[in-house]
Design a protein around this ligand. Structure first.
Ligand SMILES: NC(=O)c1ccc[n+]([C@@H]2O[C@H](COP(=O)([O-])OP(=O)(O)OC[C@H]3O[C@@H](n4cnc5c(N)ncnc54)[C@H](O)[C@@H]3O)[C@@H](O)[C@H]2O)c1
Length: 276
């Protein structure tokens, strides 16, 4: 067990959704949190929410960080070290989704998704590894997806980035086996967040024409029908406290992961047939 109480945890993508819920739940468990997001205003709102739930002497700080920029990571790491003194765990959670086939996704779009989702996680891991190595016990947790476990059509950029996160994380887990650092890949299923809303706002859905009414309907349904971010955060942090190396989040994800392991061809084909 690695209890989070009195630890210092970095959470990226802390302004919204799963990252916000993770920051609040870490604080509730008595951890200090350095939460970061490209959306500083949202991160500051999370800080207020986390402060209202925090236990013990937990310190909460909010930072602006663009995970796709190494320079941004370096200034963030320096700020965290000067404000918190140390770090015991990092949850690389920030990410964007993108819907588009291989044919209709531009190179620029693919590179942007890879630079946020994949390189963002690489930078976070490498910038904080030196301090994590100095701690008695520590973790690196990288948020992939069920789409990092099996392929889904129209998700070429997103699946590529999430498979890459899993690959990098599983290699790191082998390299750090029998050290003080636990390495975990996290695979959520459908979680009810604003990720689809952001994707629509950023033009990250290509190849489908949607009226603004349809967009609003999809955004509302996506949020309402997924597992709550709070429940997702509880599952993730329970898994990290138990030092699990693979954390599958939500009933849909557990079922998908199992079927994909038992009957990979059948499962992948039937799951993809269900997508228009
Ligand atoms: N919601 C789901 O169904 C689901 C399923 C599987 C995996 N995930 C993964 O969970 C993670 C969190 O997603 P969410 O659903 O909470 O989404 P969200 O959109 O609610 O939150 C994502 C956060 O990441 C931040 N972000 C985006 N680009 C950034 C950048 N360049 N630098 C720093 N921060 C940036 C956003 O500002 C936002 O606050 C993502 O990695 C996502 O791929 C989500």
């Amino acid at each position: 067990m690695m209890k989070l109480v009195a630890k210092t945890i970095v959470v990226t993508g802390g302004a919204s959704g799963i990252g916000r819920a993770l920051a609040i739940e870490c604080a509730r468990r008595g951890a200090s949190v350095a939460l970061a997001d490209v959306d500083l205003e949202g991160a500051l709102e999370t800080k207020v929410l986390a402060e209202s739930k925090k236990r013990g002497g937990a310190e909460i700080t909010a930072h602006r960080l663009d995970v796709s920029s190494l320079e941004s990571w370096q200034s963030f790491r320096d700020a965290v070290m000067s404000e918190h003194g140390t770090v015991d765990g990092i949850i690389n959670n920030a990410g964007v989704t993108f819907t588009g086939t291989v044919e209709n996704t531009d190179y620029d779009q693919l590179e942007r998704v890879m630079s946020i989702n994949f390189m963002g996680m690489v930078y976070g891991t490498k910038e904080f590894l030196p301090v994590l190595k100095t701690r008695p016990e520590a973790f690196v947790a990288n948020v992939s997806s069920v789409f990092g476990l099996f392929p889904m059509k129209n998700q070429s950029a997103y699946c590529s980035s999430k498979f890459a996160i899993r690959g990098f994380t599983e290699v790191l887990a082998q390299e750090l086996k029998s050290t003080n650092i636990t390495v975990a890949s996290i695979h959520p299923g459908h979680i009810g967040t604003d990720i689809l809303k952001s994707a629509l706002k950023q033009g990250n859905i290509v190849g489908v024409e949607l009226s603004s009414r349809e967009q609003e309907g999809y955004v509302r349904a996506f949020k309402a029908m997924g597992l709550s971010p709070d429940r997702a955060a509880t599952t993730i942090l329970n898994g990290l406290e138990k030092k699990k190396s693979k954390i599958v989040v939500g009933r849909d994800a557990v079922r998908g992961e199992l079927l994909n392991r038992l009957f990979p061809r059948f499962f992948v084909d039937s799951a993809n047939r269900a997508v228009p």
